[in-house]
Design a binder for this molecule. Structure first.
Ligand code: PEP
Ligand code: MG
Length: 866
């Protein structure tokens, strides 16, 4: 028969899933001889059973609790409800995954009208006993019977006013006796019955209430926000009370074994004398720094230092503890891995390797790649206090503060004049690019993680919040509405592209923190990973940045982005709008030198490393001028003729190259000329890879390869590879046939996600996808994290079929997923040669790739911090 209750002393090996984090910590500490109060844990399984059985306690649970309570009485030599020296317990929630403050706890359980006298006698402190009793009625009333906490606070406030005192501790024993009476009255009004006098009834109802607290709306919201499953349930810990509020030789506090904001070695924490834990947590009294404890309670302080050293040695991880000192004696109530800032996480991992506490592998496995990412960008100061006005998608990390501007020209002018501006748009187009360059950050009302704004901002390393639902823009009046608040152009806002938060006004930011710890950890990561990391970079500047971040080549150079520069856009439009091949050739001839120049810059920046250049793949609608800007009837006719209902599924990619071969010919010429020029200049031949987009049929690639080979041969003799993106389901299924014409494949998972799921890249996130995520139909945005079971399955098929036809074909990925840790792990498992992502995500991908390799080798990646 299943056991639902374990003493701390018999549970050291049962693990946090069953015992919850707190229970497992108490059991483990008991086992290694750290002083903790005695007690027992009701398992998470009991809570799951309770939920499953429509809130009926599992059979035998009450008996088991009664048996363990008896053992606790024996162990402590005290009895529950005793009128001499009663046993009191706390009842504490504790799930397997930490959910700080989300669930309930009740202290001082076991007091009643009789045992409160016993406690007063045993401690010789009547004031203390009645204070404990009133706290119990308050907490129990609130947690078990849903009484309004303010009603109790109000009664306490009134009494203090009547007595003319400021501080709770100034109330006398008689005052508190009176307060207990008021609290009992409040309790009765709410519960419809008297405060229960039977401690066993108190305990049973408290356990039930803690089980119930798993399902409060706030706990549900927290779980949703943190991706914690709903069916884990919570354990309940019944712990002997020790009293920090039993005089000046007593106290309570919280401490970290290292500084959680910098990671520096040395104790860090706060304490209060003559207080109970809730006083510290609730901020009712201002705690003292731990250093003062050394003065006031020197012996307990020494015990604390020694205990914390042992805890770190045991857990080999920075610990966050709660402790109580009762009459000079130290007890630990809780230990867990301490939350820490991103710089502290790195510092601690690196230091612990040096101290010999952990291996380099463990250090690498421990760092959360998303935390690493934060360090590359300015962040909102963790200590800042602010209110979020609206939320959108966290499209490109980093935080920025600036004045609202509503068009790209204004962003450019004011940015160049030295003002900090945020470009705020419904959505962005290539026309806005000059505004991006000068803005501190981008905020859009529409568009998703692969929208123009998101992709371009990520490439530039600029903060971007996209698809912000609470934002509407009135360009005419130069006003916006943000979460219902009206703001004008020129007003200051702050955006956090790492969280999607938008804030009215200025918030303090902290600068990027790439330091020695960062570099060392990544160097270790590089030792362990097998997956290469390339960057998606479209300009020589991006290529330089990518190399600085450790990119091992360029996996995707989107040539259409080169066309977006202000001086080129008119030529591109002329090319698109050309009425025939001759006119188009004329425009292309003007573009060629620009492209060649860019390619030369990129090849030089990436000397010795491969560069994949993708031939033109413009969704035409991004380049077409608006109809009302047509300068002639002929132009208007041409715009109408080119317009498509579904441009994302239209004349894009290789379809364009097959329809207008002169475009790809020009690009191949520019590539080959650039490669030759660089080779002549530097003596080193660039490693060129020419890539064709949006191929669905082998015949498309066969023809385009022929075009590539013929054109390249006309330009002279350079070596290059010719390959294709795999970004349509049909291409995955026919990968064997397509492989016959390709030296390499690169998965374009943005389009592959769009076409496999039938979710529009442009619209889904702004429309139904948010609902899908809120409603848990999906657990992750598939444009951000690979849908491994759907899209991933197609990739797997493609890999198998391609390798079957051509075993040595080079395989990589260049969709946005190449910078997402979970997707990187999937690519590692799939055996791809490389992932390619925007330059600023290269460090994160290096770490994620190392973690995937370590996981395969059996090094677990318990990530802490955050
Ligand atoms: C893709 O589709 O995944 C891709 C990388 O190409 P683009 O985003 O330019 O369509
Ligand atoms: Mg694509």
């Amino acid at each position: 028969m299943e056991t639902f209750v374990y003493d701390f002393s018999e549970a050291a090996d049962l693990g946090r899933e069953l015992l919850g984090g707190k229970g497992a910590g108490l059991a483990e500490m008991t086992a290694i001889g750290i002083p903790v109060p005695a007690g027992f844990t009701v398992t998470t399984e009991a809570s799951v059973e309770y939920m499953r059985n429509s809130r009926a306690l599992p059979a035998r649970l009450e008996e088991e609790i009664a048996a363990h309570l008896e053992r606790l009485e024996e162990a402590t030599g005290k009895r529950f409800g005793d009128s001499e020296d009663p046993l009191l317990v706390s009842v504490r929630s504790g799930a397997a995954v930490s959910m700080p403050g989300m669930m309930d706890t009740i202290l001082n359980l076991g007091l009643n009208d009789e045992s409160v006298e016993g406690l007063a006698r045993a401690t010789g402190n009547e004031r203390f006993a009645y204070d404990a009793y009133r706290r119990l009625i308050q907490m129990y009333g609130n947690v078990v019977d849903g009484a309004d906490p303010h009603a109790f606070e109000q009664a306490l406030g009134e009494l203090k006013r009547e007595r003319g005192v400021n501080d709770d501790v100034e109330l006398s024993a008689d005052d508190l006796r009176e307060l207990v009476e008021s609290f009992r009255r409040i309790y009765r009004e709410r519960a419809g019955s008297d405060f229960p006098q039977d401690p066993r009834e108190q305990l049973q109802r408290a356990v039930r209430a803690v089980f119930d607290s798993w399902d409060t709306p706030r706990a549900q919201v927290y779980r949703r926000a943190n991706g914690i499953p709903d069916d884990l349930g919570t354990a309940v810990n019944v712990v002997q009370m020790v009293f920090g509020n039993n005089g000046d030789e007593s106290g309570t506090g919280v401490a970290f074994t290292r500084d959680p904001s910098t990671g520096e070695q040395g104790l860090w924490g706060e304490f209060l004398t003559n207080a109970q834990g809730e006083d510290v947590v609730a901020g009712i009294r201002t705690p003292l720094p731990l250093a003062e404890m050394k003065e006031r309670l020197p012996e307990a302080f020494d015990q604390l230092v020694e205990t914390m050293r042992r805890l770190e040695e045991h857990y080999r991880e920075m610990q966050d503890i709660e402790f109580t000192i009762e009459n000079g004696r130290l007890y630990l109530l809780q230990t867990r891995s301490g939350k820490r800032t991103a710089p502290a996480a790195l510092r601690i991992a690196v230091d612990m390797v040096e101290e010999g506490l952990i291996s380099k592998e463990e250090a690498v496995a421990r760092i959360d790649p998303r935390q690493l990412n934060q360090l590359l960008h300015p962040m909102i100061d963790p200590k800042a206090d602010y209110e979020v006005a609206a939320k959108g998608l966290n499209a490109s990390p980093g935080a920025a503060t600036g004045k609202i501007v509503l068009d790209a020209d204004a962003a450019e002018d004011r940015g160049k004049a030295g003002e900090d501006v945020i470009l705020v748009r419904w959505e962005t187009t290539p026309d806005d690019i000059h505004g991006f360059l000068e803005a501190r950050g981008i905020l859009t009302a529409q568009g998703g993680m692969t929208s123009h704004a998101a992709v371009v901002a990520r490439g530039m390393g600029k903060p971007c919040v996209a698809g912000c639902e609470g934002l509407t823009i009135d360009v005419g009046r130069q006003k916006i509405s943000l979460g219902g608040r009206e703001l004008s152009a020129g007003d200051v806002i702050t955006i956090d592209g790492g969280t999607g938060e938008v804030i009215v006004g200025e918030v303090n930011l902290v600068p990027p923190q790439i330091n020695e710890d960062f570099e060392r950890l990544l160097t270790w990561a590089d030792e362990f990973r097998t997956l290469k990391v390339r960057a998606n970079a479209d300009t020589p500047q991006d290529a330089v940045k990518a190399r600085e971040f450790g990119a091992q080549g360029i996996g995707l150079c989107r040539t259409e982005h080169m066309f977006m520069a202000e001086d080129r856009l008119p030529i591109v439009r002329a090319m698109i709008m050309a009425s025939g091949a001759d006119e188009r050739r004329e425009a292309l001839a003007r573009l060629l030198p620009h492209q060649q120049e860019d390619f030369e810059g990129i090849f030089e920046a990436m000397a010795g490393l491969p560069v994949t250049i993708r031939l033109l793949d413009p969704p035409l609608h991004e380049f077409l001028p608006p109809l009302d800007e047509a300068e002639s009837p002929e132009m208007a006719r041409r715009i109408r003729a080119l317009r498509e209902s579904n441009p994302m599924l239209g004349t894009r990619g290789c379809r364009l190259g097959l329809l207008f071969p002169e475009i790809y010919e020009m690009q191949v010429r520019a590539i080959v000329r650039a490669a030759r020029a660089v080779q002549e200049r530097t003596g080193e031949a660039p490693l060129v890879e020419i890539m064709h987009p949006l191929v669905a049929f082998a015949e498309e690639l066969r023809r385009l390869r022929e075009l590539t080979v013929r054109t390249a041969a006309e330009e002279g003799d350079v070596e290059y590879l010719c390959g294709t993106m795999i970004e349509l389901p049909r291409a995955c299924l026919r990968a064997d046939e397509i492989a016959a014409h390709a030296d390499f494949f690169s998965f374009g998972t943005n389009d592959l996600t769009q076409t496999t799921l039938g979710f529009s890249r442009d619209d889904a996130e702004g429309k139904f996808l948010t609902h899908y995520l809120d409603d848990r139909i999906l657990t992750a945005n598939p444009f951000e994290t690979l849908d491994t079971s759907g899209v991933g399955d197609l990739m797997q098929t493609a890999v198998e079929r391609a390798r079957g036809a051509k075993p040595d074909i080079k395989l990589g990925i260049c969709g946005e997923h190449g910078g997402d840790p979970a997707s990187v792990a999937f690519c590692h498992d799939l055996g791809l040669a490389y992932v390619s992502c925007s330059p600023y995500r290269v460090p994160l991908a290096r770490l994620a790739a190392a973690q995937a390799a370590l996981k395969q080798a059996g090094v677990s990646s318990v990530q802490v911090g955050g």
